[in-house]
Design a protein around this ligand. Sequence first.
Ligand code: G6P
Ligand code: MG
Length: 273
Amino acid sequence: MRYLFNGLLTKKEGVNWKNTPFRHSAVNFSENITLSPFFLNIFRYFFVLKTDLTMIKGFIFDLDGVITDTAEQHYVAWKKLSDENGWSFDRELNDKLRGISRLDSIQVILEHNNITLDEDTIGKLANQKNEKYVESLDDVTPEDFLPGAKELLTHLRTEGFHVALGSASKNASKVLQQLNALGYFDVIGDGNSVTESKPNPAIFLHGAEKLGLQPDECIVFEDAESGVDAAKTGGFHSIGIGPKERVGHADLRFDSMADATLFEIKSYFKDLF
Ligand code: G6P
Ligand code: MG
């Protein structure tokens, strides 16, 4: 015991480690100072082992339905296009479009209506929907964060976490500008960054790479079933925003961003902070 509780000692007053069973693990700093194995192990635990363990260093956020509710504006634009073309389109079908690209979305709507069109026409119709959607973005203001989103982003910034956007939208920068939210992100990953749509994890892998982090060092926030699938396939930790039926397969789920505080997140992923 005497060996263990002797810490930083001078050879003169303390233990001569050469004569103890700990002689191989004691460290001589200088002629007079030796660090005992007991203190050496404490030092190792905090400064060596701890940094070897995987810790959460970054967050990747989906945009629509997580930071702001443009999911609603997407719905309105698709609904207008569908009405103009006599297609059936409702909120249930709209939920299936969460997280997937514009062209993949129109394919889902056409398949639902048993319609086949050539590529050119599909492209033109997708552009028409986009014009309606972009027009509606002019009404988005810094008041339009989903409750809790701005608070969480601010908290992550003050605690020094790395933050990326991982959205399938080609209009993501415009939405962030309207919200005055560009400053919360180190990296903007959007529909122009990768070609594959969620559930492919490409957009999140892109974000992690740009942040200089491994997937298991990041938590992904998603409101889409396909987005949670993408996060899981990519090896990320995941938080689902929305009902169990949609995002219940995420590691952790909140009904809304208002419940997603850093305190709650740290309590759940406690071994990773
Ligand atoms: C987000 C939305 C999808 C949308 C996609 C593409 O992921 O959740 O509903 O289809 O972005 O958006 P864009 O603005 O490029 O048409
Ligand atoms: Mg979304």
